[in-house]
Design a protein around this ligand. Structure first.
Ligand SMILES: NC(=O)c1ccc[n+]([C@@H]2O[C@H](COP(=O)([O-])OP(=O)(O)OC[C@H]3O[C@@H](n4cnc5c(N)ncnc54)[C@H](OP(=O)(O)O)[C@@H]3O)[C@@H](O)[C@H]2O)c1
Length: 316
């Protein structure tokens, strides 16, 4: 009996480890170093952004951590320093819900930085209650899309000067549920739907990446976007899951969801892999190219969204 119990436990253990490895997803196999290269990561104080910052610091990059909460950013730098003494970590304030903050951040970067090799548009807000940015836009569309749209455009000159350089856009598989309704780009409180707001903003991320890749053809600056997988981070903070439920779900979360380090693999891959140096306008997941969904392939919508975003951010 004891023998069969031990055999059963061993099989269960192996099964759990195999399942864990499966759900951990793809791994960045590139060993490329980033010595002498500068990277900006938005939302680098938490989750996927912090894990990517740690890995890029290990590869000796100068990592500019663009965070809206400087205390949390300081704490992240301490944590990263405990894991690696490599790399140079620079903390800068950036609130993507404020065009003024984005302009101030970009002006400082253009004044202080000699180069920018990789811009990682990672920060995001997920299914929050109805809120508006400082400039009056619905928060998810404002932060996830418009904030990064403005930031990227303001930093394009430096990226071009530093070619070959890369822009990495963190989107989500949930973009496939999104819809770009030009009559209702900026949802009002009356017609707000949190889930739709998130999916729309993530679809906008992909359409932005594809249109920008077109516009940057032959400039030496590439743009690619990705789904990081389902990752256990602070992203679900607005979902009000009770702490008890979170504790009860911990074993399942451990088994089925990626850790932030696992979720950062595709971000790191798109930032460092030498074989991607001339690859642009593509969508990745688990460190592999994936096909675009039909909704993300609409070039007409991508162009129209670009023009609308220029107006909304004051660039046109
Ligand atoms: N986790 C997943 O399963 C998953 C799946 C698909 C896609 N993603 C995408 O992955 C990206 C990273 O998310 P995560 O999972 O790592 O979540 P997270 O731990 O909550 O990180 C989100 C980051 O964005 C920052 N942020 C939010 N609003 C901001 C603003 N107004 N200005 C500047 N920074 C702001 C947060 O700063 P604070 O800490 O100050 O709030 C935080 O650093 C997001 O774009 C998300 O949509 C995640």
């Amino acid at each position: 009996m004891a023998y069969w119990l031990a055999v059963g436990a061993a099989f269960a253990g192996v099964g759990i480890m195999v399942a864990r490895r499966y759900f951990a997803g793809g791994v960045c196999r590139s060993l490329a170093m980033m010595t002498g290269k500068s990277v900006i990561i938005t939302g680098a104080n938490s989750g996927i952004g912090k894990a990517a910052a740690t890995e890029l610091a290990k590869r000796e990059a100068r990592v500019i951590m663009a965070c809206r909460d400087l205390d949390s950013g300081e704490q992240a730098i301490k944590d990263i320093r405990r894991k690696t003494r490599n790399g140079e970590l620079v903390l800068k304030h950036l609130d993507l819900a404020s065009f003024q903050s984005i302009h101030k951040f970009s002006e400082d970067i253009l004044k202080e930085e000699q180069r920018l090799d990789v811009l990682i548009n990672n920060a995001g807000i997920f299914q929050c209650p109805f809120m508006k940015t400082e400039d009056g836009y619905e928060m998810q569309f404002g932060v996830n899309h418009l904030g990064h749209f403005l930031l990227t455009n303001l930093l394009l000159g430096l990226l071009k000067k530093s070619k070959p350089s890369r822009i990495v856009v963190v989107s989500s598989k949930l973009h496939s549920r999104g819809n770009i309704d030009f009559e209702n780009l900026n949802m009002t409180e009356a017609n707000y739907n949190r889930a739709a707001g998130y999916s729309n903003s993530k679809l906008a991320n992909i359409l932005f990446a594809r249109e920008l890749a077109h516009r940057l053809d032959n400039t030496g600056v590439t743009v690619n976007c990705l789904h990081p997988g389902i990752v256990w981070t602070n992203l679900s903070r607005h979902m009000n899951v009770s702490p008890v439920v979170k504790i009860l779900m911990r074993p399942l979360i451990w088994l089925l969801l990626k850790s932030p380090e696992e979720g950062a693999q595709t971000v790191v891959y798109l930032s460092v892999a030498p074989e991607l140096e001339d690859q642009s306008g593509k969508y990745f997941g688990d460190c592999h190219e994936k096909p675009f969904t039909a909704i993300a392939r609409d070039d007409g919508v991508a162009k129209k969204l670009w023009e609308a975003s220029e107006k909304m951010t004051g660039l046109a």
